[in-house]
Design a protein around this ligand. Structure first.
Ligand code: C2E
Ligand code: CA
Ligand code: CA
Length: 280
């Protein structure tokens, strides 16, 4: 038993080594890929549940890899976070999003804001405020049209620097959203201490929503969502539900007074031109 167990382990380790090597190679390729312009942004609509208006769009990074094809962020973001390469990559995403968003306008309403994901490292870096301020200046994007999405894990450390930086940015008028709300450490103290403007509730709660015809009594997911919405509204925050895939889910979210929705039901991530066709 020992011997065969050992053989299995050897096999497993070889596999793991190969995967680890592939990951490292991918990571090492990020700086050159940035220089060659292999990254691009898709945008996904954030739609008002009250009147269907396009409130904003989330920027989602993709890598057009010359050999592997288009890579989704899940295959390289965590890697980039580990190696620190998320800092130059994230800086590129932020700059590109601000550049593109500056030209967006809407007929007869405020132009949509652009919502950018920030990795933990980006928020904990001392230069963040300067970077954002510099970008708003150089692109001319009004601060209200930029939203930064941070996760609960960003705020888990007790470091004061990120809190201070986010406060300065919020004072400039930049919007701050908590991404994947409800999946991390739900330490509500940061809702008191941080200048948050929006909660983005993770799609896993939305997935459980049922049309009333199917399931008359509201399910646990719906009650959780409804409580989150009242909590948020009591704190003057808006709520965007993620992962809205069906009209039935959108209907239930409207019924519990959720503010906005994001998901395939409202539109898949797509290049800016395609999203903006909708606002003319
Ligand atoms: P996220 O911030 O939660 O972004 C939403 C993800 O859900 C996107 O995946 C989007 O394509 C997907 N999605 C949208 N609507 C639906 C739906 O109706 N159903 C389902 N099942 N999924 C939906 P994507 O583009 O693969 O991005 C994955 C994650 O990668 C993002 O999750 C975000 O955490 C991260 N990410 C993306 N771009 C960046 C970036 O520029 N910087 C950083 N730090 N992270 C990024
Ligand atoms: Ca996000
Ligand atoms: Ca999210």
């Amino acid at each position: 038993a020992k011997a065969s167990g050992g053989a299995r382990w050897a096999l497993y380790d070889a596999d793991r080594d190969r995967r680890e090597l592939a990951r490292q190679a991918l990571s090492a390729a990020i700086p050159a890929a940035l220089q060659r312009g292999e990254f691009y942004l898709d945008y996904q609509p954030l739609t008002s549940l009250r009147d269907g208006r396009l409130l904003g769009v989330e920027a989602l990074v993709r890598w057009r890899h010359p050999e592997l094809g288009v890579l989704r962020p899940d295959s390289f973001i965590s890697l980039a976070e580990e190696t620190g390469l998320i800092v130059p990559l994230g800086a590129w995403v932020l700059a590109e999003a601000c550049r593109e968003a500056e030209s967006w306008s809407a007929a007869g309403g405020p132009a949509p804001y652009v919502s950018v994901n920030l990795a933990v490292r980006q928020v904990h870096r001392p230069g963040l405020v300067q970077e954002v301020r510099g970008l708003l200046n150089s692109t001319g994007l009004p601060p209200e049209r930029l939203q930064l999405e941070i996760t609960e894990s960003t705020m888990m450390s007790t470091a004061e620097e990120p809190v201070r930086a986010l406060r300065v940015l919020a004072d400039l008028g930049v919007r701050i959203a908590i991404d994947d709300f409800g999946t991390g450490y739900c330490n509500l103290a940061y809702l008191r201490d941080l200048p948050v403007t929006e909660l983005k509730v993770a799609g896993q709660f939305v997935a459980g929503l049922r049309a009333p015809a199917v399931e008359p009594a509201s399910c646990a997911d719906e009650r959780i969502l409804a409580s989150l919405v009242s909590l948020a509204h009591a704190l003057d925050l808006t709520v965007t539900a993620e992962g809205v895939e069906t009209a039935g889910q959108a209907e239930r979210l409207r019924a519990i007074d959720c503010d906005a929705g994001q998901g395939w039901h409202f539109g898949r991530p797509a290049p800016a031109e395609r999203i903006l066709e909708r606002i003319g």
